[in-house]
Design a protein around this ligand. Structure first.
Ligand code: SAH
Length: 237
């Protein structure tokens, strides 16, 4: 299930010692002779609930209670940039994946577990959600992204949605890369990127553009030309 964490950029980050991911199977801690981890919910609802015993033992035997424990759950607070930054600042975290109907509440209460949701929809298990969390937190660790890429220069994190991207060739089946991008004029290129970002953000997420333009920090260090386009977009809001 967790193969994606071992490949590509996360795999490299692990090899380089920037990241360590331990996958623990609660079934290995079940005291039941059939290695059962779930049972019928009290109150007669449908589905199954993960029992406390395997999870308590799994947490205690691995001393996971010494780390912050998160439980992936549609009842949780939505995973956003602030939460991602918070998690990336701690050295060790435990991510509990539910299955079936979820986990016995006593696990969450005993270990002061924080519930986190990745969106307003319901998955069959917490594994995919946990991988989303691990992936996005890992990108914040210095060195995980290759070369000069910065985790903060992306859509959302920069405060705006990103401009369109182009690569070779300049002419593909009669469609062209905007000329400015290969003009070599970095001032003009940055101006184009800023204006395109603001255009797309205005169309798709105007509330983000408002926030961006109302934040003084985003105006400092800008060229005259950049300030001029920003003023134009302030008028358009
Ligand atoms: N009965 C639960 C849903 C269980 S879904 C409820 O109504 O709240 C099964 C498991 O998938 C959950 O235990 C959780 O770990 C995971 N999951 C489902 N949707 C999720 C979401 N949006 N975000 C994070 N985890 C989710």
């Amino acid at each position: 299930m967790f193969t994606p964490l071992k490949t590509s950029m996360l795999g490299r980050a692990t090899e380089n010692g920037l990241l360590e991911i331990n996958i623990i199977n609660p079934r290995d801690y079940s005291k039941n002779k059939h290695k059962k981890v779930d049972d019928y919910p009290f109150g007669g609802a449908q589905g199954m609930v993960m029992m406390p015993q395997p999870l308590f033992d799994c947490i205690r035997e691995n001393s996971l209670q010494n780390s912050k424990i998160y439980y992936m759950s549609p009842r949780g607070k939505l995973l956003d940039f602030a939460k991602i930054k918070e998690i990336s600042s701690i050295s060790e975290a435990t991510v509990l994946c539910g299955h079936y109907e979820g986990v016995d509440q006593r696990v969450l209460d005993e270990f002061d577990v924080e519930e986190i949701s990745i969106g307003d929809y319901v998955l069959t298990g917490g594994e995919l959600a946990a991988m989303v969390l691990v992936d996005t937190v890992a990108r914040m660790i210095p060195g995980v992204l290759s070369g000069e890429e910065s985790a903060l220069e992306e859509s959302i994190y920069s405060g705006l949605l990103e401009h369109d991207q182009y690569t070779q060739p300049r002419d593909f089946e009669g469609t062209f890369v905007p000329e400015v991008l290969y003009s070599g004029n970095h001032g003009l290129i940055n101006l184009w990127k800023l204006e395109e970002s603001m255009k797309i953000t205005l169309e798709r997420r105007p509330e983000l553009l408002r926030q961006f333009l109302e934040d003084e920090n985003n105006w400092s260090g800008r060229s005259k030309a950049e300030k001029k386009v920003m003023e134009k977009y302030l008028q358009l809001l």
